[in-house]
Design a protein around this ligand. Structure first.
Ligand code: G3H
Ligand code: 13P
Ligand code: ZN
Length: 287
């Protein structure tokens, strides 16, 4: 199937009250693991590439890998730029075949974020490409944030309403207590903020930093309107564990396929688990 945009997936997810997994890719094995998992679950899927992934693999390789995977799969697949902070790079992704982009203007003051998001939207709309925006500061688990600083990082519901009214983005990433990377303790999600935002806006809500968030918290977030869930760290962990295990089992192995193959299977397993948790299994090919 040709790539689909994020709005197409979000409209269907809203109707069915489930979330679509957005899994980060950096190389061929990860792309294959994501697509094979989604095909086996008959689920729609978002394959996303960060600026770091593009720097590592190259934009053309990412587009070619994901388009090849989509052409050979009969499920809806969206290719999405994750945390694009550079306008020119976002434009490049739109021009070179991404079906969705995130413009992350969260480091800017609100009005500046809105202004640049609208410039991205003008380019994206002309090519039927979707746009995800961000409000609030999601940060990383390694960030040393004091409790009193946390309040300033959460998305303010009235600002979220103002932002979506002024932009019309197709999805909005919010900060409600999740962070990127491996959690030291259990993340505490601010469902009160999520509920307030969900009441104020109709735009699909995106949860970042979702690796390591307990299943029950993910279910509660979906019940409260989260429709796109980003997972990267869990895939990294599975990949590296798979590589370690393969080398430990056979330290003399010199065939990379015998090391990366089992690592790919480990990634597939965790991605399938997440797809089932998000409720998107069986929502892929509609017969
Ligand atoms: O949002 C962060 C993602 O996990 C991507 O991480 O920038 O190291 O590729 P990265
Ligand atoms: P994790 O690496 O914590 O799963 O976060 C992924 C993410 O939010 C990508 O944008
Ligand atoms: Zn993120």
């Amino acid at each position: 199937m040709p790539l689909v945009n994020l709005k197409y997936l979000m409209d269907r997810a809203e109707e069915g009250k489930y979330a679509v997994g957005a899994f980060n890719c950096n190389n061929m094995e990860i792309v294959q693991a994501i697509v094979e998992a989604a095909v086996e679950e008959n689920s729609p899927v978002i394959i996303q590439a960060s600026q770091g992934a593009i720097k590592y693999a190259g934009l053309d390789y990412i587009v070619a890998l994901v388009k090849t995977a989509a052409d050979n799969a009969d499920i809806p697949i969206c290719l999405h730029l994750d945390h694009g902070t550079d306008f020119n790079q976002v434009k490049d992704c739109i021009d070179r075949g991404f079906s969705s982009v995130m413009y992350d203007g969260s480091k800017h003051p609100l009005e500046e974020n809105i202004r640049i998001t609208n410039e991205v939207l003008a380019l994206a709309r002309a090519k039927n490409v979707s746009v995800e925006g961000e409000l609030g500061k999601i940060g990383g688990t390694e960030d040393d944030v004091h409790v009193d600083e946390k309040d300033a990082m959460y998305t303010k519901p009235e600002e979220a309403k103002y932002y979506v009214d002024k932009t019309g983005v197709d999805a909005i990433a919010i900060a409600i207590g999740t962070a990127h990377g491996q959690y030291k303790g259990e993340p505490k999600l601010r469902y009160d903020i999520l509920e307030e935002i969900e009441k104020l806006i109709d735009t699909p809500i995106v949860l970042h930093g979702s690796s390591g968030v307990p299943d029950e918290s993910i279910r509660k977030a979906i019940e409260r309107g989260v429709r796109k869930i980003n997972i990267d760290t869990n895939i990294r962990e599975a990949f590296v564990k798979g590589v370690h295990q393969a080398i430990e089992a056979n330290p003399e192995e010199i065939d990379p396929r015998k090391i990366l193959g089992p690592a790919k299977e480990k990634m597939k397993n965790i991605i399938k688990e997440k797809i089932r948790l998000f409720g998107s299994s069986g929502k892929g090919k509609q017969v």
